[in-house]
Design a protein around this ligand. Structure first.
Ligand code: SF4
Length: 353
């Protein structure tokens, strides 16, 4: 059995490939690229059909972070030109979320810059979650607020959050090369904390930061061990004014191989095409839909709620369909709390059932 047949066989069973197999995917040639995508596509269709889940980011607080993540335009002392503002009011955030929901987003991700929330911030975000929920009871709400302290995940869950995002970003061995103000273990602890509070864990990576193939495989295997429900795959946007300025290492073909490797290692998990997709995949973006089953809607949404028309057209042109609110994203054996909560809308089921 050759490599791709073995990977498809394992992917259809949800089994873990070996490290060597994952490395071999990254080492495939351009001649093999379409075969790699087709193989990953078989695994994707087995677990997720031709559905594409849309997610929409709402930036609750932007800039002025005291941390020094090298890839981030909001880091301490960043000279990158980014919007800087402090917390959106709950009604403003709910209004912003409406634009994404109008475009077909099934999940709203509430993001705030910073090392992690204070207890007061958690109160504020809890009110925001309630405001989003009031307007859009069917939508999944994910919070992304940085490192969590004791009890904060449970409070977010009680407020009605379905999920918590905190990315590992890179391998343990290279973490010190992309951040000095917190460590890899801090990130792992927050993902665990979120899961143990009953939140659906979302945790992924950033590719293209100078890491080796071995580092990429390490972080994806570490993610598999943490067992998140969703894995966002970001491709580095090397902002001017950050330490990674000028780091352009990815090609569209490389980005596809990375996505395929993630799909083979995490076959039955929501693999999300995240930051940098337009810049790095360019004209190969539609091929990525054969591997990933979820994307962030592009920043093309207007205040009138006109959808990211280019994204929606790309999905339709490639023969995929937007996943509706009534459909469960995850396969039955992974179906967890998000579905339970969603099915509880309008019933007596408590939000943290
Ligand atoms: S903690 Fe978050 S916002 Fe702050 S520098 Fe790191 S990635 Fe950027």
């Amino acid at each position: 059995m050759d490599l791709l047949d073995r990977l498809v066989d394992k992917g259809l069973r949800g089994a873990r490939p070996t490290r060597e197999e994952a490395l071999a995917v990254l080492a495939t040639s351009d001649d093999e690229l379409l075969d790699v995508v087709a193989a990953a596509g078989r695994v994707r269709r087995h677990w997720f059909g031709r559905r594409v889940k849309l997610n929409y980011l709402v930036n609750l607080k932007s800039g002025r972070c005291p941390e020094d993540c090298f890839y981030c335009s909001q880091r301490l002392g960043s000279k990158a030109e980014v919007l800087k503002y402090t917390w959106l009011r709950p009604e403003e955030a709910a209004e912003a979320a409406s634009a994404g929901v109008a475009g077909g987003a099934k999940r709203v991700c509430l993001v705030a810059s910073g090392r992690g929330p204070t207890d007061r911030d958690v109160d504020r975000v809890s009110r925001t979650i309630e405001a989003v929920r009031d307007k859009h009871p069917e939508v999944e709400v994910c919070a992304c607020l940085g490192l969590l302290s004791d009890g904060q995940a449970a409070r977010l869950r009680e407020a009605g959050a379905d999920a918590y995002n905190h990315n590992l970003n890179t391998s343990e061995a290279t973490y010190g090369d992309i951040c000095t103000t917190h460590g890899y273990e801090d990130r792992v602890a927050t993902v665990r904390e979120a899961r143990s509070a009953g939140l659906s864990a979302c945790s992924g990576l950033i590719a293209g930061m100078g890491e080796s193939d071995g580092d990429l495989v390490d972080v994806v295997f570490a993610l598999r061990d943490l067992d998140p429900d969703s894995v966002p795959v970001n491709f580095l946007m090397p902002f001017d004014g950050t330490p990674l300025e000028g780091t352009w290492e990815l090609t569209p073909a490389r980005a596809l191989r990375i996505l395929a490797m993630v799909r083979f290692v995490c076959p039955d998990v929501e693999v999300r095409l995240a930051g940098g997709r337009e810049t790095h995949l360019r004209s190969l973006q539609p091929l990525a839909l054969h591997v990933a089953n979820s994307i962030f809607l592009g920043d093309y949404l207007t205040s009138e709620g006109q959808a990211g028309q280019e994204d929606l057209a790309m999905i339709a042109d490639a023969g995929f369909e937007v996943e509706g609110a009534e459909t469960d994203t995850l396969p039955d054996h992974r179906d967890g709390l998000v579905t339970v909560r969603r099915r509880g809308v309008g019933t007596d089921l408590p939000p943290n059932a």
